[in-house]
Design a protein around this ligand. Sequence first.
Ligand code: PLP
Length: 378
Amino acid sequence: MIYFDNAASTPLFPEVVEEINNTMSHAFGNPSSIHSFGRTAKVVLEEARNIISELIHASPSEIVFTSGGTEANNMALWGCVHSYNIQHIITSRTEHPAVLKPIDDICKTLGVKLSFLSTDKNGQIALSELENILENENEPTLVSLMHANNETGLLLPLKDVSALCAKHNTFFHTDMVQTIGKFHINFKHIPVSFASCSAHKFHGPKGIGFLYINEKNKIKPYILGGSQERNMRAGTENVYLIAGMAKAIELCHNNMEETQKYITVLKNYTTEKLKEFEGVTYNASSDKGGLHTILSINFPELPQTEMLIQQLDIEGIAVSGGSACASGSFHSSHVLQQLNVKPDTPSLRISFSKYNTKNEINKFIEVLRKIVHHEKKN
Ligand code: PLP
């Protein structure tokens, strides 16, 4: 079996499984309890917070553990709007639904003004348009733009956007679910108000993530009912998964450059190999750059390329279509529609991790040849 769907979720590092198992057996106490069992769990919790905050150059008090990226996004957006009387939200149509849906809900419920930035053929926003809007806005405003698009791998110029928002005293939330653990991030140098993270995208467990909240911002909690997480997120912390997440991010940072280089070679190799198939196109120029883990392609619409994902699955190869929720369907996702990809085009998102190999790519190409029967005749 070959797994090329790492943007949907990644296999756990064995060390993470070990860490979770160890924590389960020795730190089962409630971290809010004052006895020794509680204190043991609390130590695990705070050690994990220290590890994570150090790696992303934040302070421990800027990290709030959540159940994952979706909750972190909801918490940032609702929290910021409620706490700072936000009157205008600026975003793009290619954000993840975990951003688009809460924004839609906020704007409909509270009557907050909503602006979508226009995007070019790659889905990239124009800084000049954002600057123009911010210059003409005097009401409290929140910008939400993802660092890397989960379908195409397109990267936002994070430094520029954050600097622009800081210059205009505008709150800036960024969904970094696809990039934390893949790049060195320094929140001391990037003026972000809120950043969302999810462990299962970097070989950690599912159901756990965090929201980075810049210490300048004090937002109201999203989940009420307890004083955990310094009153920022009620509910007994999932100590096991938090320990696993800290281990995963630590391992990612230990050999980040090496992993980046290795995966980039795999992505370039795949791009090169795909040249033999006539009519293959790349979304968001993902063949030329963007996130090293994601290659987003379209096959020509042919009888053989119908149900391409299912055909690959039968052959033991797991890839995705537009996004995880759109898997198995060729109806182009909201992101691909924005890039003007024709609705019936067979699109594949091939997403890599350090566990993939060139041999797997060779096998993938071989299987594609068998399915597509559409090799270039030189
Ligand atoms: N944001 C992005 C960009 C994602 O890719 C995902 C997961 O697919 C999410 C948010 C949701 O994260 P989680 O699965 O941890 O809720």
